[in-house]
Design a protein around this ligand. Structure first.
Ligand code: CMC
Length: 352
């Protein structure tokens, strides 16, 4: 029975079998289909990781997706004042009505949603290009060629965000899948869960945090104050890892390499000092969301797209979990520990 604070939020509960991802609680490692996150970040492309997640094996030469779709005019009609996260949730729901006969909805969504999002933002139908999602995203966003370094930085961040075991949004996706509902409904649920500041929404808040300081010393002073007021520092801590997030060093190195060419490179020093203070004071470490905020900033990506990029990547992990759940399904239906009143006598309306 889940009664103690320690077990609240399903902490430490093994909620099912999966062969997709091992998020190591003991050795702080991360394996996707058995491949280490370090190897994938070093050698894979995001498209290869998508294939790995969906098919369960690495693609052979010529196997990567080469299809093409058109952006439907209807996506552009979603109100412009919606946030990009609200747009994505709405767009996936809309896709479920437009693509009812699509035989491979996961692949179609993963390859076309980035362009659909940018088409909506720019209010014009952009070309759905083949090849690297990272390259197309940067070039459609900025309307100019991106450098190989910029493309690889975004590509690696997409790999790092792609999959992470039974996190909150993935568990939502699996729960919806377990009712044998449809793919689009499950992904809409995942987006809703990811939007929250304790999950995917943390990268935007981490940017706000870092960006408010003019120097590392100022950051140290303010973070100490915030901790004394018990304010949660966004981009730190993790439910599963206890001493480090294996993705953080990878994204931190990318942030450092982009900082050298940036006019506001002091932000890296600010972030580094926050990391030192958090470890010294609370033994809390940065998670993936902390330094990815700086990477996206130095790729000239607007803050409102930080969490949407997490969605565009995590779509691949969610899809793998949707497929796995439905291929060997058991309805997810846990019990609650009832803490309400028992046996209340009924009081007629006129006597209340
Ligand atoms: N800043 C300050 N204190 C913290 C933080 C933080 N970021 N994270 C945990 N703590 C403290 C918390 O106040 C609590 O202290 P006490 O026991 O004195 O009340 C203790 O650590 C345990 O915290 P918890 O919230 O019970 O632990 P959890 O396992 O539920 O939290 C977490 C995991 C990720 C929600 C939490 O660390 C957090 O809120 N971090 C900030 C948000 C964030 O960065 N989220 C991104 C997570 S990783 C990427 C993703 O999956 O989206």
């Amino acid at each position: 029975m889940i009664t103690t604070k320690k077990r609240g939020g399903l902490a430490n509960v093994v909620a099912g079998d999966s062969n997709i991802c091992l998020c190591g609680a003991t050795d702080e490692s991360l394996l996707i289909r058995g491949y280490s996150i370090e190897d994938l970040a070093q050698s894979a492309t995001f498209e290869e990781v998508v294939f790995l997640l969906l098919a369960g094996r690495l693609p052979k030469r010529g196997e990567l997706f080469e299809g093409s779709y058109e952006v439907d005019e209807l996506f552009l009609k979603v109100p412009q004042n919606a946030s990009p996260m609200d747009f994505l949730r709405t767009a996936v729901s809309l896709a479920g009505t437009l693509w009812a006969d699509e035989p491979n909805p996961a692949l179609r969504l993963i390859t076309s949603l980035p362009t659909i999002l940018l088409s909506w933002m720019k209010q014009k139908k952009l070309p759905l290009k083949r090849g690297s999602i990272a390259k197309n995203f940067l070039e459609l966003l900025h309307e100019k060629e991106a450098t190989a370094k910029q493309i690889r930085a975004l590509d690696i961040s997409l790999i790092l965000y792609s999959e992470h075991e039974f996190n909150a949004s993935t568990f939502v996706v699996r729960t919806i899948a377990s009712t044998m509902s449809d793919y689009y409904s499950a992904i809409c649920g995942g987006i809703g869960a990811l939007a929250g500041p304790l999950h995917g929404g943390a990268n935007e808040r981490a940017y706000d945090l870092i960006h408010q300081f003019k120097s590392a010393d100022e950051a140290e002073k303010k973070i100490l104050e915030m901790l004394s007021q018990k304010i949660r520092i966004m981009g730190f801590g993790h439910r599963v890892y206890t001493t480090k997030d294996p993705r953080s060093d990878i994204i931190k190195n990318i942030a450092q390499s982009l900082a050298s060419a940036a006019s506001d490179s002091y932000l890296f020093e600010v972030a580094n000092r926050i990391e030192e203070v958090m470890w010294h004071e609370k033994m809390l470490f940065p998670n993936l969301d902390f330094y990815s905020a700086l990477v996206y900033h130095w790729l000239d990506i607007p803050k409102s797209l930080f969490t949407p990029l997490f969605v565009l990547s995590r779509l691949s992990g969610w899809s793998a979990h949707f497929i796995e759940q439905q291929s060997n399904n058991k309805l997810i239906r846990p019990l609650s520990n009832y803490t309400g009143p028992k046996h209340q006598p009924w009081i007629p309306l006129e006597e209340r």
